[in-house]
Design a protein around this ligand. Structure first.
Ligand code: PLP
Length: 464
């Protein structure tokens, strides 16, 4: 056992424990929490290769939870988190083409990779409340996938209420059904009159209302929460091991990641630092390409958000980028602080030199559609539009070693894009989604103001 500690990228908080890091979400100095030390595991890889997914998750996650969660408890949390996945090995890894593999991360309750982290986070929250007593009110704003995965992570859990704001009429009908058909009393879907930005703005206002935050023990489920990154580190080891097995090689593997908030690929960056057999991370964006521009030019410059076929990647300010920046400036918190202040003021910053751990590119709408069509024709496999962006960019960077692309959502979640790509409808389906069509919706229409939402939380937080 070790005593894993967490520090802030801005260097202004004393080191805290894993449990405190999970409850704090964003660091209180405005930075992001990161482990004070990254464990080195090169000498464990051979042994880890033979483990099942939950076993591997246990061995990796315990290095970051330290004395805060005893091994038997952690094992139970992990078992419970991945028992809700329908694939036997949790994350199946399939072959798409020569030296091109695909890791299906979407066999959880809401059919997107966010379940891998949010099933775990929901169980960790429940465990911490059991240890410490008290309650938790989770408030989040979503444009689609995060809200449903978070709801399914905490539905029915004692002591936890979840309030998710989404723009009424602006999420896809399937996405709304994945959230609003959940009948558990601790789940509150707030359909706001407004846009996703209105929801996000109100959420920030509520988290900045410190007396309210304290009185109602607010919790955060977005990817600034370290526990989400932690759970995602696991599948970088898993996927590269499986490709090494299938290719009968000990070469390091490239991993291609469709990227929005930089949460997923940051987990890959940590995995690589730990010693996972990753040769290079391939960062793939859609037309919202602030991150691919950064890795090709060194300039991190805010642009406008364009709606695309891969809406979960339609992001300009990547909330996890600060974590990467901290390592990029050699763990210099003062420098990170200065760069973030510069970005807030000028909307642009520059880093000189390239980072050999990354290659980066973008896939536009035409490439996304063509890629979906191509793998349907050549491999009889339907990629969802987010994963297709990853595969399209991976193709540009293939080299002698194999590449594994992360599959972030099931295609059935995005039927309109699949129909457009394949020129016929009804090919992308999932029984879980079909069964939602018959269920009633539980949602509250509400104005997006701090006052109305706080009032709603006051009135509903004692249901359990
Ligand atoms: C959230 C999401 C992404 C982007 O992941 P980040 O961690 O934000 O980079 C990609 N694909 C799908 C389907 C998602 O839901």
């Amino acid at each position: 056992m070790n005593s894993a500690k967490y520090i802030s990228t801005r260097g202004k908080i004393a080191p805290i424990s894993f449990q405190d890091a999970v409850m704090m979400g964003l660091a209180e100095d405005g930075g992001l929490l990161i482990p004070a030390e990254i464990p080195q595991v090169q000498n464990k890889l051979e042994q880890w290769k033979t483990l099942s997914y939950p076993e591997l998750a246990f061995h990796i996650i315990r290095l970051f939870t330290g004395n805060d969660i005893p091994d038997p408890d952690l094992k139970k949390i992990i078992q419970k988190s991945y028992a809700t996945f329908t694939a036997d090995d949790v994350v199946p890894v399939k072959k798409l083409a020569d030296k091109l593999y695909f890791a299906e991360l979407f066999h959880g309750p809401t059919l997107a990779f966010k379940d891998i982290a949010l099933q775990f986070l929901g169980n960790v929250f429940e465990y911490i409340l059991q240890q410490r007593g008290g309650i938790l009110n989770i408030i989040g704003a979503t444009s689609g996938d995060t809200g449903s995965a978070a709801i399914h992570g905490v539905r029915g859990k004692k002591g936890i209420q979840i309030f998710i704001m989404y723009p009424d009429g602006r999420v896809s009908p399937l996405q709304e059904r994945q959230m609003a058909t959940v009948a558990d009393k601790n789940v509150h879907c707030l359909a706001i009159h407004g846009t996703f930005d209105d929801g996000q703005r109100v959420m920030k206002e509520i988290f900045n209302d410190l007396p309210f935050k304290k009185e109602f023990s607010l919790g955060a489920i977005n990817s600034v929460n370290w526990a989400r990154i932690l759970a995602q580190i696991v599948y970088y080891f898993w996927a590269t091991f499986r490709v090494q097995d299938q290719c009968n090689t000990t070469d390091n593997i490239q991993v291609a990641v469709p990227t929005g908030n930089f949460g997923d690929i940051f987990a890959g960056y940590i995995a690589k630092k730990m010693g996972a057999p990753i040769s290079r991370l391939i960062l793939a964006t859609n037309e919202n390409d602030i991150l691919s521009r950064f890795f090709t030019t060194g300039k991190y410059t805010l642009g406008e958000v364009h709606p695309t076929l891969s809406p979960s990647m339609d992001i300009q300010i990547a909330s996890n980028f600060e974590r990467y920046l901290y390592y990029r400036v050699h763990q210099d918190a003062a420098k990170t602080r200065a760069l973030m202040a510069e970005f807030a003021e000028k909307k642009t910053i520059t880093c000189v030199g390239a980072d050999p751990d990354f290659a980066a590119g973008r896939g536009n709408t035409a490439q996304t559609l063509a890629t979906i069509q191509k793998y349907y024709n050549t491999a009889n496999y339907i990629l969802d539009p987010h994963s297709a962006v990853g595969v399209a960019v991976a193709e540009q960077f293939q080299r002698s070693e194999p590449t594994v692309c992360l599959g972030t959502a099931h295609p059935g979640k995005f039927p309109a894009a699949i129909d457009e790509a394949l020129g016929k409808s009804g090919l992308a389906k999932h029984e879980k989604l079909e069964s939602l069509l018959a269920l009633p919706l539980y949602k509250t229409l509400i104005e997006p103001t701090r006052y109305t939402i706080e009032q709603f939380v006051r009135e509903n937080q004692k249901v359990q």
